[in-house]
Design a protein around this ligand. Structure first.
Ligand code: TXA
Ligand code: MG
Length: 325
């Protein structure tokens, strides 16, 4: 069931529903989330069940502001404080030590918790409506079934779950790929998942380089090799390779799609989608395009490798994972 994110009455009803321990899907600036009150293990269990997600995979807890984060954090290191000051509300998740008595199920049983203050006005309004009911945080993974592409519109969410799910509609997501995740539990903060914030931006605020995940880093399902996968086989290739492969192929019996920044034509029968030239626009449309190509029934998607520069790190990461499936 779709509710209107711009309707204060619908926001209030959604807040009450969360407080009652039910699920509500809602928009954030990155992707849509499937929310439940973070402080109720039974409510959180509904998320794992609906998604088909293993229960030891931790969820992100969404909060209205930095003070609300203190409700869940056992420690708030200087690195977390700096990052929150600069990038919250926004597309950034911080992993910090968890208060042992709160949100155990949401944290997948780990001693840490992932916290994010989203910037989307509908997410903000919902979090405030929930807080008015005594709910300090809303646990929400992306509102898709486990291992599939994250939804960036309310319609995407509806197509993933059954009719009964309440979905707050806030329009298409502006960022389009999931938040940047930084592990702040260690001396040197570690980038667990790249998003649209660049390493340079993050390191400038931190005043130190970001570390890379190692054997001691927390497990993160969004960092599994095969994730964010469309049904079609996706392959990443340089533009020149796509051009020569298309020349060889001629009129193709394959249901092939090409998603490219540099190609301007393709043989008949091959669906050509132009990838935007700038990284932010490419991120915004990426998941919707992959879904669309799936819906079209394409069996094969050849994607031109994005430029190997920092702005494209998040998009490159998602495409690399999608191609590993
Ligand atoms: O943009 C986003 O982050 C979206 C919106 C809805 O906020 N959410 C999202 O959630 O992408 P999800 O569950 O699909 O991905 C959350 C990632 C997972 O890779 C999870 O393992 C990691 O965050 N994570 C959450 N809590 C963690 C923790 N305590 N330690 C390590 N990783 C954690
Ligand atoms: Mg996800």
């Amino acid at each position: 069931m779709i509710l209107h994110g711009s309707d204060p009455g619908d926001i209030e009803r959604a807040g009450l529903r969360l407080a009652a321990g039910e699920l509500v899907a809602f928009p954030t600036e990155t992707v849509y989330g499937l929310g439940a009150r973070a402080d109720a293990d039974a409510a959180v269990a509904r998320i794992f069940e609906a998604k088909g997600r293993p229960t030891d995979h931790p969820l992100i807890v969404h909060v209205a502001d930095a003070p609300a984060a203190q409700h869940f954090a056992a420690q708030w290191p200087d690195t977390a404080a700096r990052l929150a000051n600069s990038f919250w509300p926004g597309p950034l998740t911080l992993i910090v030590a968890r208060r042992p008595e709160v949100a155990a199920a949401a944290a997948g049983g780990q001693s840490s918790v992932g916290l994010r203050c989203p910037a989307h006005p509908v997410a903000q309004a919902l979090l405030l409506a929930a807080r008015a009911q005594g709910v300090w945080g809303v646990a929400a993974p992306s509102a898709n079934r486990f291992g599939r592409i994250s939804p960036t519109t309310a319609e995407h969410v509806v197509s993933e779950f059954d009719e009964a799910l309440w979905v707050l509609d806030g329009g298409p997501c502006d960022v389009g790929i999931e938040s940047t995740i930084i592990d702040c539990t260690r001396e040197q903060p570690v980038l667990l998942r790249p998003g649209v914030l660049t390493r340079e931006q993050l390191e400038a605020v931190l005043g130190q380089p970001l570390g890379t995940p190692d054997a001691h880093s927390p497990r993160a399902s969004g960092t599994l090799a095969a994730h964010y996968a469309p049904r079609a086989k996706l392959r990443l290739m340089p533009g020149d390779q796509i051009r020569s492969a298309l020349d060889l192929l001629g009129a193709s019996p394959l249901k092939l799609a090409v998603y490219s920044r540099s190609l301007s034509k393709a043989p008949s029968g091959v669906l050509l989608r132009r990838m935007p030239q700038d990284a932010a626009s490419a991120a915004r449309e990426l998941f919707a395009v992959l879904r669309e190509l799936d819906t079209e029934g394409r069996q094969l998607i050849w994607v031109e490798e994005p430029p190997a520069i920092p702005e494209w790190e998040g998009v490159r990461d998602r495409l690399t994972r999608a191609s590993a499936a």
